[in-house]
Ligand binder design. Structure first.
Ligand code: SAM
Length: 277
């Protein structure tokens, strides 16, 4: 078989450590859902996934699609594998597929954060088990009070339970990436419904080491914020990483008069006045 050269522009670092692949398989949630794999690459993880489940795979690199077509001829014929060649982000408007699925993948790192966010928004996506940069995994899995607690942590916690399972050193890949990787598991109980909530969190964490009150006062009146903070027993000098996910939900409900599931809030309109952005 022709030797494939890894393409940097597609974030290609092929996982070559069989023990790590096995650990990922062992970490899969026990569900009846089909598996979606983004970036099957040379198919090493895909082969193991197919021993467990049907797989729907999305691969951008035409050259790799040819390799996969010949390697998985039988599975493509019997329908246990479907392969979509092209940029997954282009086919991802709303739900990526039309049935409940678990995302299991060694992600291309240059778009890993965006992929996890889309999966959190996608109602058909039930669980997320992905390999990505350790730094990004830490953000998605951090708990309040930890230095890495960020808007991404709040979004992941808003959907369910999020955990960094284990780390993988660069020498498990060919070619080795410059960073350490981690496997992240998010067990979803619900999806993100409110893009406005994501914007709200961006503002709340805009200057992560400043006070939350200061960050939010770029949009909301300070006096109103002080009243709401007092009502919720939130200290005025709290930093963004110190507030809990449920505080962010309550603040959003009161300030924007909407719940994070998109429904109208029943809160009294104490803070309806918002500054113009
Ligand atoms: N799953 C393989 C493994 O574990 O060895 C390859 C993982 S490699 C880190 C990322 C894979 O994602 C590559 O095969 C790359 O071509 C593919 N990829 C990159 N960007 C993509 C995109 N926008 N849509 C679909 N696949 C993409």
């Amino acid at each position: 078989m022709k030797r494939i050269r890894a393409k940097k522009r597609y974030g290609q670092n092929f996982l070559k450590n069989g023990a790590v692949i096995e650990k990922i398989i062992q970490s899969m949630p026990a569900t009846e859902n089909v598996v979606v794999e983004i970036g099957p690459g040379l198919g090493d993880l895909t082969k193991k996934l197919l021993h467990k489940k049907d797989v729907i795979a999305f691969e951008i690199d035409e050259e790799l699609c040819d390799v996969l077509r010949s390697q998985f001829k039988d599975e493509l014929t019997d329908g246990s594998l479907s392969l979509h060649c092209g940029d997954v982000l282009e086919s991802w408007n709303g739900n990526l597929v039309d049935e409940p699925y678990d995302l299991v993948a060694n992600l291309p790192y240059y778009i890993a954060t965006g992929i996890v966010l889309r999966a959190l928004r996608d109602r058909e996506c039930k669980n997320i088990l992905v390999m990505l940069q350790k730094e990004v995994a830490q953000k998605f899995a951090a708990k309040e009070g930890e230095r890495e607690f960020s808007a991404l942590s709040v979004l992941a916690q808003s959907c369910g339970e999020s955990k960094r399972l284990f780390d993988i050193s660069p020498d498990s890949f060919d070619p080795p990436p410059k960073v350490t990787s981690s496997v992240l598991l998010i067990k979803k109980e619900r999806s993100l419904e409110e893009r406005e909530f994501e914007e709200f969190l961006k503002r709340a964490f805009s200057a992560p080491r400043k006070r939350l009150l200061k960050n939010l006062s770029s949009r909301y009146e300070k006096q109103r914020l002080l009243e709401i903070f007092a009502q919720l027993n939130v200290p005025e000098n709290i930093r963004p990483h110190e507030a809990t996910t449920s505080i962010y939900h309550r603040l959003y409900e009161i300030l924007e008069q909407r719940k994070i599931d998109g429904k109208k809030s029943t809160e009294p309109a104490i803070a309806k006045t918002a500054k113009k952005s």
